[in-house]
Design a protein around this ligand. Structure first.
Ligand SMILES: Cc1cc2nc3c(=O)[nH]c(=O)nc-3n(C[C@H](O)[C@H](O)[C@H](O)COP(=O)(O)OP(=O)(O)OC[C@H]3O[C@@H](n4cnc5c(N)ncnc54)[C@H](O)[C@@H]3O)c2cc1C
Length: 466
């Protein structure tokens, strides 16, 4: 091999296997996002030996911050809610603080070309549309109450809800065009996709897992002052040299009682493995023997949403002078949501903008300068011509990131959860699954990732320390 890594595109031959160093441990955790880091910390607290293998040259996965001109910029996850007990506790444990999101001022809405700003917390819709929205919320709350959070495929109406997309359900549930436009823009942003891409069952499971539609509205309440990636970095520091970066896992060989996990350079043998990554990525690993077909078919179908995040800095938060909060919802153009992310006391103004679904996919095809111009034009709709003159423009295309290929998380089309849903969580022999996609609280969020890591570690502990 002459020191070069062996890139596995197939299960290695007996001779190739003998060429790589082999190590023993009890548990191999794959993926150093919040799910994998949480699982590893749990194992460590129970004196279980483990290694944490991460493909990238950094920890954090979809949590990624970088210092730009002396200011930490969150390119991935950013906000937390006081309704998220695990994140609240983790931030406290690792000595991190949060800043309340600036919300003073009017919220801007552009729906079907109609532009309005509202100070009251109530969306500025014609009265019949508002009634329609209130009716929809009631319907949703009702659906959320009836779903089985641990196993949505077992819910009484699962078949019925899994047979339709969120789009078709909305079309037949709402009567007002502005009411529908409002819900669409909120859902497209929250789910990072077009409403025809996922089943009603998946959408209701997601919102119910957060405690309902009203709780989701708290999701952007606060942000992590030190930058969100400070959390995974501090968690990794606590794990010491058990964390191995630049170690993409290519193959997993397993029996009922043991598992061997192969990177390009090493093989790790253990009793159990936790694969803490989106289902799509778990599906790209080679397994020997092959996984049960239900699991494989699930990973073929549960793809990532589409998102690009933009962080745009200005000399000052000029929108505040105009009485605007910086929060805007728009269904025209590629940007669905903007929020004020200005650092308190720094003078500068910062807007975070999220393009999701079709908007993100279209923007991703443009050259950077063209994209910047389109994004700034979108920002000028709520905030005026000053939005065309930023002092800094940062962007992250999560769809092109080789170890995420989209975000915020996976969402699932009709017909999948009812047929293949159990395979999302069910261990296969010694292999356990984690990642926010497997969460039953705050699915798609950091809180969900942490819960999934706790759950997978608990499964492993039950198996190896009965
Ligand atoms: C733009 C954006 C904004 C977001 N905003 C928020 C927010 O404000 N608040 C919030 O709560 N959530 C937010 N999220 C969602 C949040 O980031 C995720 O829910 C959470 O970080 C997922 O953590 P995870 O550990 O499940 O997965 P990941 O973070 O994806 O971790 C999986 C890890 O596995 C690694 N990996 C994959 N395959 C392999 C392999 N074969 N071998 C080794 N390693 C592998 C990956 O490199 C990655 O590090 C956002 C996401 C995005 C993309």
């Amino acid at each position: 091999m002459g020191g070069r890594a062996l890139i596995l595109k197939r299960i290695p031959t007996v001779e190739e296997k003998s060429l790589v160093p082999r190590h023993q441990t009890e548990v191999i955790v794959v993926g150093a996002g919040l799910a994998g880091l949480t699982a590893a910390l749990e194992l460590m607290s129970h004196q279980v030996s483990f290694v944490l293998l991460e493909a990238r040259d950094r920890v954090g996965g979809r949590v990624y911050s970088r210092a730009e001109d002396g200011v930490v910029v969150d390119y991935g996850a950013q906000w937390v809610s006081s309704k998220q007990p695990r994140m609240t506790e983790l931030l406290r444990r690792f000595g991190l603080t949060t800043t309340p999101t600036h919300t003073e001022g009017r919220v801007f809405y552009e729906l079907l070309g109609r532009r309005r700003a509202s100070a009251s917390g109530t969306p500025p819709l014609p009265a019949p549309s508002l009634l329609d929205v209130l009716r929809l919320r009631k319907r949703l709350r009702d659906l959320e109450r009836r779903i089985d959070l641990q196993a949505p495929w077992k819910s009484k109406e699962a078949e019925q809800w899994d047979a339709v997309t969120l789009r078709s359900w909305l079309d037949r549930t709402m009567f007002s065009k502005y009411g529908k436009a409002l819900y669409e823009v909120i859902a497209e942003e929250a789910l990072c996709g077009e409403l025809g891409e996922f089943s009603l069952l998946d959408a209701v499971w997601s919102s119910a897992s957060c405690g309902g539609h009203d709780e989701i509205l708290t999701a952007e309440q606060r942000w992590i002052a030190e930058g969100a990636q400070a959390l995974p970095e501090r968690m990794a520091a606590a794990l010491g040299d058990s964390v191995r970066l630049n170690a993409p896992v290519r193959a997993v060989e397993w029996t009922e009682h043991s598992v061997t996990v192969r990177t390009d350079r090493e093989a790790w043998e253990g009793k159990r493995a936790i694969l803490a990554m989106p289902p799509t990525f778990a599906g790209r690993i080679l397994y020997d023997p092959a996984l049960p077909y239900l699991r494989d078919q699930l990973t073929q179908r549960a793809g990532q949403g589409a998102v690009m995040k933009f962080i745009v800095a200005f000399e000052k938060a000029f929108w505040r002078d105009a009485g605007l909060s910086g929060e805007a919802y728009m269904d025209q153009g590629p940007i669905r949501l903007t929020m004020d992310s200005s650092l308190p006391g720094r003078g500068k103004g910062v807007l975070t903008a999220l393009a999701t679904g079709k908007g993100a996919r279209t923007l991703g095809l443009l050259r950077r300068e063209e994209r910047q111009a389109v994004v700034l034009r979108s920002l000028s709709v709520p905030f005026g011509a000053e939005a065309l003159r930023p002092i800094a423009f940062h962007e992250k295309d999560w769809m092109s990131d080789p170890w995420s290929r989209g975000g915020y998380a996976a969402h699932i089309p009709p017909g999948v959860l009812t047929q293949l849903g159990p395979a999302l969580l069910q261990p296969v022999g010694p292999i356990h699954w984690a990642g926010t996609e497997t969460a039953t609280v705050w699915r798609s969020y950091m809180e969900g990732a942490v819960q999934s890591g706790e759950r997978a570690a608990a499964e492993v502990l039950r198996a190896i320390r009965p």
